[in-house]
Every structure is written in C-alpha cells, then in structure tokens.
Write a protein that binds this ligand. Structure first.
Ligand SMILES: Nc1ncnc2c1ncn2[C@@H]1O[C@H](COP(=O)(O)OP(=O)(O)OP(=O)(O)O)[C@@H](O)[C@H]1O
Length: 251
C-alpha cells in the first residue's frame, strides 16, 4: 500500500440482518487522485459512502483518513481532518445569498480580541474580510455561478444549487472531498463544468455516481461494486473493457 494513501478502506463489511451490503471491501485513494465508485442498484455504493463519511459504522474492517484510523469517529472529527462532502440532494442555506453560502463555509481568521482590538485593528480586519469575499467570489466564478452571487439559494433550480454546494465544499480547499451522486439534477454543460472543477482540485476525491460517462471523464480510477464486493478496480479504459464489469453492469 502506498505511503501517500489518503483514503484507505480495508476489509470493510456492513450487514443489515442477513444482507451483506458490503463484504470485505478494500480500496485506497492516493493523494490528489479522483476515484469513482460505480455499480448496479443495491451494489453497496451508498453504504460504502456512508462508511467513509462517518454516517455508518462498519460491522468489520477499518477506515483510515490521512493515515489515522477513523472507523469509530463521527463526521465532525473527519471534517477536522479536512474531509468535506456533498449530498445526493444538495444541502445549501436557502435563505442566504449564494455568496453568503460560500462565506459561511470559509474560516474567518481576523477575529478575537474584543472591541478594543476591533477598533485598533479595523483597517486590517476590513482588508482580511475583503480578501475573504474576493476568494469566495473567485470560487463562485470557478463553479460558473459568479453572476448569481446575490441570488437567494432557495430561488435557484437544482443544478445551480448543486454548484453552490460544490462551491461551499471546495471554498476552504479541503484535503478530502466526497461527492454523492454529483451529477443528479445537472444538465450536460453543468456536468461537464462540474467534472472540470473536480479535475482541477488538489483534493483527494471519492465519488459515487450512476452516470458512467461522467465517472469515466472525471475520474482517474474506478472501483466497481456488485453485490457488496469489489469486482474491478482500475483506470477507466481498463474498466470499460473488463469482461466481468461488462457482464455484471455495463452490458
Ligand atoms: N438501512 C438498511 N437496512 C437494510 N438493508 C439495507 C439498508 N441500506 C441498504 N440496505 C441493503 O444493502 C444493499 C446495498 O444498498 P446500497 O443502498 O448501499 O446500494 P447502492 O449501490 O447505493 O444502490 P442504489 O444505486 O440503488 O442507490 C442493498 O441490498 C440494500 O437493500
């Protein structure tokens, strides 16, 4: 196993009564790589995603992030290790503007010290706040929604809300990003832009997705699940040609 493995899933099993949703699943994603998980309905993709994000504790096996065992750790500890995620249904603050949605996801480094510090440090704090807003606006531009910065998130169609959620997730340059069905609700152009933004990130990315075309274009590596087991793991071109994958899934 590589010394620069950022996400390590090792021998993970999850059982629901008699159903083995996951059975001895192992995968490693190295720093800066983008890995997509595909598989037919019921293959175990969502369960695997929940195990990595900390929503579900596996029945067996371990999960490591940045070399640390987080198998029993909740979502908060994983977030402190730099993990950000998006959801199948985009989670945004509907009553905030698009820009404020991103600002709430970025850390404010200029606070503290009370009123006296506020007065003495006012020009410096104003400058820091301006820079923070500029950075947030640049993230919006990158996600193709720069002109929507003053719109309320609730007023946007799902595709644009998904881009707002992506902007929030990448605003603080996360080290690990997990994307759950990122293209659902996106049109073709938005999906292409989404893939481009993801390719441009330095983060280590794991995504679960039904749209095989998107996975092939956005990911350097694909893991195929079927009935809770990994049936293939490799580069997109190899996965496309793999007879086992074609028989089980691609048809
Ligand atoms: N909470 C649960 N209780 C019982 N069985 C579950 C539960 N969640 C998932 N399962 C079962 O575990 C298996 C894997 O489900 P999972 O949702 O992870 O698959 P999936 O690949 O995400 O499917 P889909 O593509 O339909 O979302 C399925 O057989 C499913 O019925």
């Amino acid at each position: 196993m590589s010394g620069d493995a950022v996400i390590e899933v090792d021998g993970v099993g999850v059982r629901f009564g008699g159903v083995h949703a996951l059975d001895g699943v192992s995968l490693t994603v190295e720093r800066g790589r983008t890995c997509g998980v595909i598989g037919p309905n019921g293959a175990g993709k969502t369960t695997l995603f929940d195990v990595v994000t900390g929503l579900r504790r596996p029945t067996s096996g371990t999960v490591r992030l940045e070399g640390r065992d987080v198998t029993g750790a909740g979502a908060v500890r994983r977030s402190r290790l730099g993990l950000r995620r998006t959801f199948q249904r985009p989670q945004v603050f509907g009553r905030l503007t698009v820009l404020d949605n991103v600002l709430t996801a970025t850390e404010w480094h200029g606070g503290g010290g009370g009123l006296a510090a506020d007065l003495v440090g006012l020009p410096a704090r104003r400058r820091l706040e301006r820079e923070r807003r500029d950075r947030a606006a640049a993230v919006l531009d990158r996600c193709g929604i720069g002109d929507l910065r003053d719109a309320y998130a609730a007023d946007l169609p799902i595709g644009q809300r998904r881009m707002v959620e992506l902007a929030r997730a990448i605003a603080d340059e996360p080290s690990v990003l997990l994307l759950d069905e990122p293209t659902s609700g996106l049109d073709g152009d938005q999906a292409a832009l989404f893939a481009e933004v993801v390719r441009g990130l330095e983060a280590t990315v794991l995504l679960v997705e039904h749209d095989v075309g998107f996975v092939m274009s956005a990911c350097e590596r694909i893991v195929v699940l079927d009935l809770g087991k990994v049936i293939a793991d490799g580069e997109p071109a190899r996965i496309r040609e793999d007879p086992v994958v074609r028989a089980a899934y691609l048809g």
